[in-house]
Design a protein. Structure first.
Length: 239
């Protein structure tokens, strides 16, 4: 069963085609990684899945609903690349704001805020104003916000940028637990190759087209290489 189905989606800005007509299926209860060089269209594709950007043509279906659909707002936890946080508020107030937006009960609010803050190791910094957070702390708070309403699907645009290896490892463990125990579907963009390795399925994007897809092992076997950088270089004829 697919959590996300993308059919013939295309998007351009002015004269530039950013996403070529593209098809992609993302299976439920899997971690799907979107790889590709800067500017290849990953964020644009993700924004269309989330419903923040309208495709020029094509259709996107999430959990059997055609995007955009208000019912999907609570089903998708989205972590953007640029942090959309209220810097005048504390970390806790930011989390509360989003918890209220999703109409969580007082008890759920408390539980989810505690859970999300623990996952990103911000529990002891929740009373600090976000204006005083470091870049990495803001990323962590953004990830906590994506988790707050306990969505079925997590869409995370480069979630671990600026995080230290220990925290990165614990976040990946939690993503795997969310998939295995809570049956979440996770779509992630990354430049980090050891993260790509941990995904169940990958799609490699270049100039708005999918140039390769499959499991991490299948992709490396298909191209007879050891790393995803080499897969990419082989495809573009540089190796
Ligand atoms: N609103 C916009 N108006 C005009 N051009 C845009 C807009 N949004 C994105 N683009 C262009 O679309 C292309 C793809 O951008 P996108 O952010 O999707 O790339 P990306 O693969 O996510 O890159 P990165 O890994 O660096 O974040 C870029 O050339 C970018 O300049």
């Amino acid at each position: 069963m697919n959590a996300i189905t993308i059919e013939e989606i295309a998007k351009g800005f002015k004269h530039k085609k950013v996403i070529q007509p593209l098809n992609l299926n993302i299976a439920e209860r899997k971690i799907f990684g979107l790889l590709g060089p800067s500017g290849c269209g990953k964020t644009t594709l993700i924004k269309m899945i989330v419903g923040m950007m309208k495709p020029d043509t094509g259709k996107i279906t999430v959990l059997d609903c055609e995007v955009p659909n208000e019912a999907l707002l609570s089903e998708i936890g989205y972590m953007a690349q640029s942090d959309a946080l209220y810097t005048e508020l504390t970390g806790a107030e930011n989390l509360e704001f989003f918890a209220k937006l999703y109409r969580l009960s007082k008890k759920e609010q408390r539980e989810r805020i505690q859970y999300a803050a623990e996952i990103v190791q911000l529990t002891n910094d929740l009373s600090i104003r976000v204006a005083y957070y470091s870049g990495g702390m803001k990323r962590r708070l953004s990830l906590a916000i994506a988790l707050i309403q306990n969505p079925k699907i997590l869409i995370l645009d480069e979630p671990t940028v600026g995080m230290d290896p220990v925290l990165k490892q614990s976040i990946w463990k939690e993503l795997e637990r969310l998939k295995n125990d809570e049956h979440k579907t996770i779509l992630i963009t990354t430049h980090v190759m050891d993260e790509a390795e941990r995904c169940d399925n990958l799609a490699m994007l270049r100039e708005g087209k999918i140039i390769a897809s499959g499991t991490p092992a299948a992709l490396k076997t298909q191209y007879g290489v050891q790393t995803f950088d080499e897969v990419f270089l082989k495809i573009v004829g540089e190796l």
